[in-house]
Structure formats: structure tokens, C-alpha cells
Design a protein around this ligand. Structure first.
Ligand code: NAP
Length: 242
């Protein structure tokens, strides 16, 4: 049966990789790419899979945007079967120097948005008695580096939300899981000198960063029928770093 997949932050590197993975591995699915101002890369992907890919405006901190996006998807036909809460960013500073709005921005986009997203899609999934939610957390939730109190707290909150919601929705056929990527290719600031990148890779057991599609593969599996007994889990994908 055809199902609809909604991926937030889908103009970003990981969102695009997840979208492409679904589009190439599940030929009947329709993928909705959540975007806000920047959308060029999502548009390119949508052009390649034009009959099954749609852009949807979605600022993830806005409950109005969530309501409109879910209505738009449901009106297109196939039930919204999968939500990938992928949008997010970090804005680092030592806590002693962190302005309140920097704390709040990061909590809003990385944690509160996951609450809004789950709340927006649950009525439809409960109606259908099935659904898959995959939340993109981060290794920073488990092993929190200095300078990321806001991001680490938000992503740790995502893991807590995931476990609790999984228990609330398990008997309704809905699974909720989280993944914690470590370093991803292209995920570090572009002005990092090559020697610095090389030195960092030498500290990793695999001596390399993850390719985005290696994270996408795990997300795809957690959203698949094969993962029907996996819920409330947190999967770290870090090449053995922790
Ligand atoms: N890259 C890594 O190494 C890494 C590691 C661990 C976890 N993660 C997590 O993986 C996810 C994807 O990251 P990425 O590497 O793909 O980063 P990215 O390339 O910067 O993409 C992030 C996407 O999220 C969107 N976004 C941010 N805030 C938003 C908001 N309030 N409303 C709607 N969209 C918003 C951005 O939209 P705009 O383009 O409009 O700004 C962008 O499309 C994030 O949750 C991140 O925390 C990344």
C-alpha cells in the first residue's frame, strides 16, 4: 500500500539523503519535503522524482504550519504513515555566556518542534491504527560536549519524548524511535582546515565520518514494516565512537 512520508528540514544534507533513500527503495511512497525559506536542493530532488515528491512549507516551531502541512498531505490521498523529525541546528556557546534567546531558539527548533510534529500527526495515525515516527537526535544527547548545553539538553529531551510517546502509542500500531548520529560528512563548518578534519577523523574508530545515506538507511529501516517490534529505541550511529 502506498504511504506518505513527511521529512522536516528536507533542504538539509541529512533530510535530502533520507528522502532519496525512501524514494529509491520504496517505489510506491509519496515523500513530502518540509522546507522553509531555503528550498533549492529540495526542489532539485523533487524534479528528479516529480510524480512522488512534493514540497510543503513547514517552519517546525509553528503549530499553524504543522496544521496546514498535515491537512495538505492528507488531502492528497495516501495516509501520512511516517514522520521524520529531522529539522534542527546547533548554536554553541558556554553556558556562562549564553543569552537566554540562544538557549530558547535551540530548544524550540530541536525539541519543542518534535512535540508539535508528533501532536500534529498523531490523530491521523491513531485513526489508521498505524504509523512510524523517527526522531533525529544526536550523539550530543548521550555524550554531551562542552559548549552545547542547549543542543545537548534539547536532543536528550528528544530521547525522553521518544521513549514516553512510544509507550503511549504502542498498542495503537504506532512506533516511535530515535537515532543519534555522530559526525556526518559535510556536517562540520566549511571553513575547517583539512588538517583539522583529518586530525578529528584519526580519533574515530573508523577514521571517517558517516555518509548521510548510512544514517538514512537506519531511519528507513526503523520506518519499515520489518521494524514492527522496535519502539522507544535510541540507535546511536557513530562508527563505534562511544
Ligand atoms: N550533521 C551532523 O553531523 C549531525 C550530527 C548529529 C545530528 N544531526 C542532526 O541531524 C539533523 C539534520 O542535520 P543536517 O546535518 O542535515 O543539517 P543541515 O544540513 O543544516 O539541515 C538542517 C535542516 O533543518 C532545517 N531547520 C532548522 N531549523 C528549522 C526550523 N525552525 N523550521 C524548519 N526547518 C528548520 C534547516 O532549514 P534551512 O535550510 O531553511 O535553514 C535545514 O534544512 C538535525 O536535527 C541535526 O541536529 C546532525
Amino acid at each position: 500500500m502506498s504511504r506518505s512520508i513527511l521529512i522536516t528540514g528536507a533542504n538539509g544534507a541529512l533530510g535530502l539523503a533520507i528522502a532519496e533513500f525512501f524514494l529509491t527503495r520504496e517505489e510506491s511512497c509519496h515523500v513530502f519535503l518540509g522546507v522553509r525559506e531555503r528550498r533549492e536542493r529540495a526542489q532539485e530532488l523533487a524534479a528528479r522524482f516529480s510524480s512522488r515528491t512534493h514540497l510543503v512549507t513547514l517552519e517546525v516551531t509553528s503549530t499553524d504550519d504543522w496544521k496546514a502541512a498535515v491537512t495538505e498531505i492528507e488531502n492528497k490521498g495516501a495516509p501520512l504513515g511516517v514522520l521524520i523529525n529531522n529539522a534542527g541546528f546547533h548554536e554553541d556557546a558556554l553556558l556562562a555566556n549564553m543569552p537566554q534567546d540562544q538557549w530558547s531558539r535551540v530548544l524550540d527548533a530541536n525539541l519543542n518542534a518534535v512535540f508539535h510534529g508528533c501532536q500534529a500527526v498523531l490523530p491521523g495515525m491513531l485513526r489508521e491504527r498505524q504509523g512510524r515516527i523517527v526522531n533525529i537526535a544526536s550523539l550530543s544527547a548521550i555524550s554531551s560536549p562542552a559548549g552545547q548545553t542547549n543542543y545537548a539538553a534539547a536532543k536528550a529531551g528528544v530521547i525522553g519524548l521518544t521513549q514516553s510517546l512510544a509507550k503511549e502509542s504502542a498498542r495503537m500500531g504506532i512506533t516511535v524511535n530515535a537515532v543519534c548520529p555522530g559526525y556526518i560528512e559535510g556536517g562540520l563548518p566549511s571553513d575547517w582546515p583539512p588538517e583539522q578534519l583529518k586530525a578529528l577523523k584519526m580519533q574515530l574508530p573508523m577514521r571517517r565520518f558517516a555518509r548521510p545515506e548510512e544514517i538514512a538507511a537506519a531511519v528507513f529501516f526503523l520506518a519499515s514494516p520489518d521494524a514492527s517490534y522496535i519502539t522507544g529505541s535510541t540507535l546511536k550511529i557513530d562508527g563505534g565512537l562511544l
